[in-house]
Each structure stands twice: as C-alpha cells, then as structure tokens.
Design a protein around this ligand. Structure first.
Ligand code: NAG
Ligand code: NAG
Ligand code: NAG
Ligand code: NAG
Ligand code: ZN
Length: 469
C-alpha cells in the first residue's frame, strides 16, 4: 500500500509543481496544459521520424558525412584541412538554402606533430606505435634515448620519485572512465617533469585496443620544465610494465618533431531557420567541426555536426518554421579545450536570456538511448514530456546530465542544456585514433539520432514559452 500511495503521489506531483510555471503572468499554466500542448506535436514528431528514419531523408546525414569525411579527412585546428572543411560547410549550408549562413572568426591553437617515432632498444628491438599529444614540444633533433620507469598511477610516481630522474616515465594506468583516466593524458608530462623525467609516454585513454595509440590535448604548467610527451598503445604499456616488474631493464628511443605555431585564423560556422514569432530567441544545436589529425574525425565529431545540420534540413524539408530561431553552430577548436565555443559565449552572452536551450552531440552517434539534460526540475519535466513524442522509435529516456565542452559555458550560467545519449560502449575504442573513420558510423543509427535531435530541438523552439530556468 505504501508503494501504491507513493506511485500515486509521484504521478500527480508534476501537476501541482506545474502551477509555478506561470512566470510571465499572461495566463496561468498548469503542467496538464503543457502536456496537452506537447501532445499536440505528435503528428509533427511522427512526420519528422518518418522522414528521417523511413522516408526520403533516410541515410542523408550519413551520406553527407561520408562525402565530407572521405574528401576532407581529419581537421586539426590550424590545419588546411580544417579551413577546407569550413569552406565546404559554408557552401553546403547555403546550397541547403538555410538562412543567415555565416562564419564567426576565432583564433585557434596551431600545433603540428611532424615526424615522430619510438623504438624499444632493450631488451629487444621493437617498434612502438606512438601519437604525440597536442601541444607537446619536440625532442632534440637527435632524439632521446633513456631507460623507462613504468608506473600505474601518480601515487606510484610520487613514491618512486627518486628513480625518475633522467628516465622516460611510462604510465600504465588502467582505464576506469574517460573523465577519470584522462588526467594521465592531460597532466602526465607535468607530473613526470616535476620529478626529473626527460619524456613521458602515456597508455592511451582507450577502453579497447588493437595496438592503436589515441592522441589528445595535454597541458604544460608554468614553472615546470616542458618535456616531450606521446601516447602509446595499451599493449606496449602493459608489456613494458610486465618487463619492469620482472626486473628487466627497458630502454626506449623517442623522436618527435612536434611544433607549435602562432595561433591561426578559424571560424565557428553558423546557419539558421529564423523563428516566425520570436526570432531573437535561440534554440542552439551543435557539434564540433574540428577533429584530431588522425583518422577522419567521422565519429568525433562528424556525426554530431551532421545530425545537427540534419535537424535544420528536416525541419526545412517539412516546411516547418518554429516560433523561435533554430540555430546550427559547428564549433572550431573544440579539441584544444572549446576555444571556438568560449569565444562564441563571450561574444553572445549579453543575449543569454534569449538562449532557450543549448544542445551538443559530441559522444558519438551510435544507437541513441535518449537525451541527457541539465536544467531545473520544471524544465526537466517538460523535456521528459517532449521525449514521449519519440515513442514511435522507443527512445524516450532522459538522463542526468548534459555533457559537452562547447555548451558548458552556457549551462554553467543556468541555460538549460541537452546532449545526445547513445550507446558509447565502443566510443573509446576509436576516439582520437586512426580508427575514427566512416567505417565506425552506421546510417540506421544516425537516422535515429537525427530524429531524436530534430524532434527535441523543433518542439522546444516552437512551444508557447521558453523552458524555465
Ligand atoms: C540506408 O542504409 C541502409 C543500411 O546500409 C540500407 O539498407 C538502405 O537501403 C539505405 N537506404 C537508402 C535509401 O539508401
Ligand atoms: C636494434 O636496432 C639497432 C638499430 O636501430 C641495431 O643497431 C641493433 O643491432 C639492433 N639490435 C638487435 C638485437 O637486433
Ligand atoms: C543580441 O540579440 C539582438 C536581438 O536579436 C541581436 O540584434 C544582436 O545581434 C544580438 N547580439 C549578439 C552579440 O548576439
Ligand atoms: C524500448 O526500449 C527499452 C530500453 O530503453 C527496452 O527495454 C524495450 O524492450 C524497448 N521496447 C520495444 C517495444 O522495443
Ligand atoms: Zn569531440
């Protein structure tokens, strides 16, 4: 009985909570009214789903991405490829007859890895697959030859600090989660340099490996010597670890030609469907156009960028025009820490009260599971209700909390945020590696992602009121 009562209570709670939503004083609105309003979108939602999943737009985001990723390839900040990608998108969005297609200039870091290789010289010759980490310095031209010190954690490094001087520190930390383990990539070189190491090699932040190094950005610290740093495969990290535990001396030769150039001109790429009633109010959908310099950046974040474009295309194809402006932003310089997004935020934050929701898809476009959302309980109840419109494809779940380097700036200031939640079980197999190619992408999965992304963004853009915050 107790449980029955509880269920009863929970079911009816939003109705009462809903009373507080009548903020503007125009008309008192209960959650029941909002539910009715949202239910009114069921035929539009079905039309979006039909077009994206079964109809004429089937596979379109995948096919567009394939042409883009195959012809342009990877798009590192500062590279000619990224310039080409931005030009390509600028034309493509215009040809798609979207509105206000324009570029917003941003200065981004320009780092190039140059030639690089590593070889284990003792106890036997073995070629080590490496990828230098973004912002790493080069080795001296003759390279570095040194014995390695293998550790599995920063704690172990500190305990064995006396042994580190003059060595190449190899981190063989286990993969726990990306957000937890990535600290070895971002500050592994700094910690190794503090105890006198001459270079650091970091086990790739990957949940699975077929001898693949996975790159990423790393950070030096003022006052700490800068040492060259690269990632290595899980296999090589584990092998050197096993040999060290046996007491075998391991010696590695490392050569890196990495170079940092002055910041480079780049752009955030923007297109819109201008709102019919509140054009100044913005529903922002986004992904980042830049990528790492290996693979094709198809998964990170070609998929997110192209389902975001697809959202505008689908709305336009159906002849819809929401009350608010649906704005597509393809960020630049994400991989260096959300550089394009930060500038965008600085330039546009004075209009923050007009940003209804900020959405980014940057964790793959695999089989979608639902929507991750950050916002107040009232806003969450509304978005949860919107997700019921996706019942025809059974993707109705809502998760805590939205994630995205590029939308964080807004969410921290209280703007509701949403990110796509999909099956990431293979995401870190490919992330930032040569394996991030079109082969990883699946047209059926992208169709479903596009349907979720479009229904959510369109309905929020068209509802009578902005989401409460
Ligand atoms: C979409 O892709 C799927 C899977 O590759 C394929 O079976 C289907 O025929 C494609 N549809 C269109 C319209 O090309
Ligand atoms: C290892 O390679 C070096 C050159 O890179 C060579 O001089 C040396 O003889 C090789 N050692 C073995 C055991 O093959
Ligand atoms: C702020 O919004 C107004 C009204 O839509 C617009 O004219 C202006 O360009 C916006 N400013 C920025 C910096 O986005
Ligand atoms: C709908 O999805 C859920 C997982 O979110 C799954 O457990 C359920 O079996 C699915 N239902 C249908 C009819 O496919
Ligand atoms: Zn990304």
């Amino acid at each position: 009985m107790k449980y029955l009562f509880l269920i009863f209570f929970i079911n009816f709670l939003p109705q009462y909570a809903g009373k507080s939503l009548s903020r503007d004083g125009n008309y008192p609105k209960t959650f029941e009214d909002i539910k009715k309003e949202i239910a009114g979108y069921s035929s539009i939602a079905k039309a979006i789903i039909d077009l994206a999943v079964h109809g004429k737009a089937q596979n379109r985001s995948y096919e567009r991405l394939a042409v883009f990723a195959d012809t342009i390839g990877p798009r590192l900040s500062g590279s000619k490829n990224l310039d080409a990608a931005i030009k390509y998108m600028f034309s493509a969005l215009q040809e798609d007859r979207l509105e206000n297609v324009h570029l917003e200039p941003v200065k981004v870091p320009h780092w190039e890895r140059g030639e690089e290789f590593a070889v284990m010289l003792e106890p036997r010759n073995h070629s080590i697959a490496i990828l230098g980490l973004g912002s790493s310095i080069a080795t001296p031209p003759e390279g570095i030859t040194a014995e390695v010190l293998v550790v599995t954690s920063f704690d172990e490094l500190h305990r064995r600090a006396q042994e580190a001087k003059g060595k190449i520190v190899v981190y063989n930390q286990p993969f726990i989660t990306y957000s937890e383990t990535v600290q070895y990539r971002s500050r592994g070189a700094v910690e190794a340099a503090k105890v006198g190491a001459v270079a650091s090699l970091i086990r790739s932040i990957a949940s699975f490996s077929i001898h693949s190094p996975h790159t990423g950005w790393q950070n030096y610290q003022p006052g700490v010597p800068q040492i060259p740093t690269a990632c290595i495969s899980v296999e090589d990290a584990e092998m050197m670890s096993r040999m060290s535990l046996q007491g075998t001396k391991v010696v590695v030769y490392l050569k890196m030609g990495a170079k940092t150039y002055p910041d480079s001109s780049s752009f955030n790429t923007v297109a819109e469907i201008v709102g019919s009633k509140y054009p100044e109010q913005i529903v922002l959908v986004s992904g980042h156009l830049d990528s790492w310099d290996v693979g094709q950046g198809a998964m990170d974040d070609g998929g997110g960028a192209f389902i975001s474009w697809e959202a505008l295309s689908l709305v336009k194809d159906l002849g819809l025009r929401p009350k608010r402006t649906l704005r597509l932003v393809l960020w630049t310089g994400e991989e260096q820490g959300g550089i394009g997004a930060e500038q965008y935020y600085q330039l546009h934050k004075k209009n923050i009260s007009n940003f209804d929701v900020v959405m980014e898809s940057d964790e793959g476009t695999f089989r979608p599971m639902g929507l991750a959302f950050t916002g107040t309980d009232e806003a969450r109840d509304i978005v949860k209700e919107i997700m019921t419109l996706l019942l025809p494809i059974n993707i109705t779940d809502i998760y805590d909390t939205a994630d995205g380097t590029d939308i964080d700036y807004w969410m921290r200031d209280g703007v509701p945020g949403a990110s796509l939640r999909d099956d990431i079980s293979k995401y870190f197999w490919f992330h930032h590696s040569h394996g991030d190619t079109m082969t990883v992408q699946d047209p059926n999965q992208m169709n479903l992602c596009a349907a979720v992304w479009t229904v959510v963004s369109y309905v929020i853009a068209d509802m009578k009121e902005m989401l409460p915050r």
